[in-house]
Design a binder for this molecule. Structure first.
Ligand code: CMC
Length: 355
């Protein structure tokens, strides 16, 4: 059954995923020029164009985080019973819909506020209000931990948010464009995207990556454990990609962020050694299993390690992904509204014929 491989469904100036050469370009810059060098706010300004112009975006986002925090009061037992991704979806659904800049700004700011609030409330702690003076990544960490984060931790989260900010016509971005094309509004588009992101084949993989590391336990177990998983027909989380036929460049960007965090003492050396052994063995086994299809490390493998080192519980990883990718979703939704038409493909009927 078709997965729309190689179908061009939109023209975009936002990002280009070159799967053969392992290159990601966002608004004319390579990922290497952005991750570790630019703030998420800067990249949002690039992606946002006339909807979210870069000028004063940092302070506007800070104020938008404060406005979003008012919605945290809606967290009740019903929302606390949901997973964090579903809780995030429920809170985002409280935001007004529209195609204007104020709506886009609130949507861009909100996941960074809602995810830490949900983590804390689920742990029985009070949510912490944003500090609009902080950068977006630093404030997200401050809202999670209740302390001012180190520069290294804030830089690592910022590098992560930038790394995942946009990635061509991935499943959630396509969902956002489809909904935006109906002119339903950017909140509806972001909600559709969140639904798609939740799946383990898209944004739901990094939590299971840590489950895998826990199950492997120590480097010497990696080969036996991973072979048994593959023999049972399981997929190894954090490996393989629809577009990349070489290593996912985002994995390298995050590995570099992890190394910087490690050098500053923010990463457990044993965990890193285990991850390196699992990656090494997994690549060997996947090559033997599928010699004709390059199954390489994807973004989710190092995402898991970065977000764990920063203190996010694994249940929150998909929500943190959303806090970065929301920039791309909004930019694509806007591009679709400005330049696109209603997206309405055809299906081929293969059912029984009417009499
Ligand atoms: N482990 C084991 N086998 C795999 C894996 C894997 N991680 N990925 C693909 N394969 C095999 C698969 O079993 C299939 O074999 P067969 O032809 O014998 O059935 C073959 O490779 C092709 O798989 P596919 O599902 O047709 O390939 P796809 O392009 O649709 O899959 C993928 C892309 C990401 C869904 C898949 O590689 C996967 O399930 N990976 C694990 C989950 C994961 O890490 N997801 C995060 C993706 S990166 C985040 C993002 O950019 O959204």
């Amino acid at each position: 059954m078709s997965g729309l491989d190689d179908v061009i469904a939109a023209e975009t100036t936002l990002s280009e995923v070159d799967g053969l050469n392992g290159r990601l370009v966002i608004c004319g810059y390579t990922l290497e020029e952005l991750a570790g060098h630019k703030s998420w706010e800067d990249v949002l300004g690039l992606l946002g164009g006339d909807l979210l112009p870069a000028v004063t975006l940092k302070s506007k986002l800070g104020m938008a985080r404060l406005r979003a925090f008012a919605v945290v009061a809606w967290i009740d037992d019903g929302i606390l019973a949901l997973s964090i991704t579903e809780g995030l979806r429920a809170l985002m659904a409280r935001l007004p819909d529209g195609e204007d800049a104020a709506t886009a700004l609130l949507l861009a700011a909100a996941p960074a506020v809602f995810v830490p609030a949900l983590v804390r409330r689920k742990a029985g702690k009070a949510a912490i209000a944003p500090n609009p003076e902080f950068g977006h990544a630093a404030d997200m960490l401050a809202m999670l931990t209740g302390t001012v984060p180190s520069d290294e931790a804030a830089a690592a989260l910022n590098a992560y948010l930038v790394t995942v900010s946009d990635h061509g016509l991935n499943a959630s971005t396509f969902a956002a464009r489809v909904v935006a094309s109906t002119r339903a509004g950017y909140t509806s588009a972001v909600l559709a995207a969140l639904g798609a992101l939740k799946g383990p084949l898209h944004g739901g993989a990094p939590g299971p990556v840590l489950d895998m590391l826990d199950a492997v336990g120590r480097p010497g177990n990696a080969e036996a454990w991973l072979s048994a998983e593959l023999a049972r027909g399981e997929r190894l989380m954090g490996f393989g990609h629809r577009i990349y036929r070489v290593r996912d460049p985002r994995a390298d960007a995050l590995k570099a962020a992890l190394a910087r965090l490690g050098a500053a003492g923010g990463m457990d050396a044993e965990r890193l050694a285990l991850a390196e052994a699992v990656e090494r063995e997994a690549l060997k086994l996947l090559k033997a299993k599928k010699p004709d299809r390059a199954l390489e490390t994807n973004v989710e493998f190092f995402t898991a390690l970065v977000l764990e080192a920063l203190g996010f519980p694994r249940e929150a990883f998909t929500g943190v992904f959303a806090a970065g990718r929301v920039g791309g979703w909004l930019a694509h939704a806007h591009e679709q509204v400005e330049k696109g038409r209603l997206i309405r493909p055809q299906s081929r009927y293969v059912g029984s014929k009417a009499a």
